[in-house]
Ligand binder design. Sequence first.
Ligand code: HEM
Length: 369
Amino acid sequence: MTAPLAPVQASAPRARDTRTELFVRRGLLVVAGASALTAVLAGLTRIGVPLAWGPSVSAIHGPLFVLAVFGTVISLERAVAVARWWSLVAPGAVAAASIAMIAGLGWAPWLATVGALALVGVNAFIVRRQRAPFTWLMLIGSLALAFGNLSWALRVPVFEVIHAWVAFFVLTIVAERLEMSRLTPTPRWAGNALIAVALAFAVVSCTATWIVDVAHRFIGLCMVLIAAWQARFDLARLTVRTQGLARFAALGVLAAAFWLFVTGAVTMLLPMPPAGPLYDAELHGVFVGYVLSMVFAHAPIILPSVAKIALPYHPALLVALCGLHLSVALRVAGDLLPNAALRQAGAIGNALALVAFVVAALWARARAR
Ligand code: HEM
């Protein structure tokens, strides 16, 4: 997931990446990785798996995944794209917030808010340099994140800020896809329509709480429309007919769009209580089905550009991707039926798919050597 900015291209390793820069970036990725492990253990505890460490951090499972893991990775990727030392403030503050969260420090949400505001600054800088629909979408997405983090810091419960966080993810990802899809001509009306839906999504997400049923349903409609847009205009429709990495990435993107559509439809038709199976389905359909699938699909592109770590394609990555989607299907089915055993099996499967992806990546690197 990269945004080429004239004259800097995030996707191409740059000669000016100094050793120190690389060290800092890799260090930030290590913090994100450790936060991911903690978040998975916390999530497993919440689904009823008895673990030694999970319980102490189970309450912050959501913020850990959303802010500590993806907040750090996305803001780091933006920082690499603008190639300015100050842009590292955003991932640096979010990574520091992750450590503070795990250590149980009360001011961690404020640090996460500083990180999100720094990301807004980075995205505003990018918009100034390149006014394009995708740069605007990223800016709007980061504003939603900042709003969500600030609300969380002001002690608004997680289930009420969740829509703003979802908006951050969906808008950032769709912006990346819009940018990549420039390789295939997209009608102007389609680009404008996407921006209009995204804007409405962000505004309503930031004003909605779970009590406001109409807003909740509208957010579901926006997700359905964005997923339909991706199914119709995303470059993945073409690259899925190719081979190797391009096909793997396209499968990840299209499967992700499928889950965005399904979750959007569920969100549109059903309410979202502040906990329980429906809450689980509406959150993890997006967070695991959409976000993690996109992460799997783009990891072989992001890692080399951000950390100069090659991740060559190997069919084992596809096995992990299939495992992810199968487990999301089990989890969402378990949530909707409702069937607690199926739901638990699906959630454990989500965690195992993550582990499988890491193993497949290591395997792919070993084979490439
Ligand atoms: C990988 C395996 C995962 C497992 C086992 C897991 C498990 C859970 C469980 C059991 C809940 C509580 C749902 C309820 O109230 O019934 C939950 C909530 C949540 N999860 Fe996950 N989850 C996983 C992945 C993710 C990911 C990837 C994200 C974000 C990118 C995420 C974000 C959240 C959020 C924001 C909440 C709401 C937390 C709250 O209300 O305090 N989860 N998760």
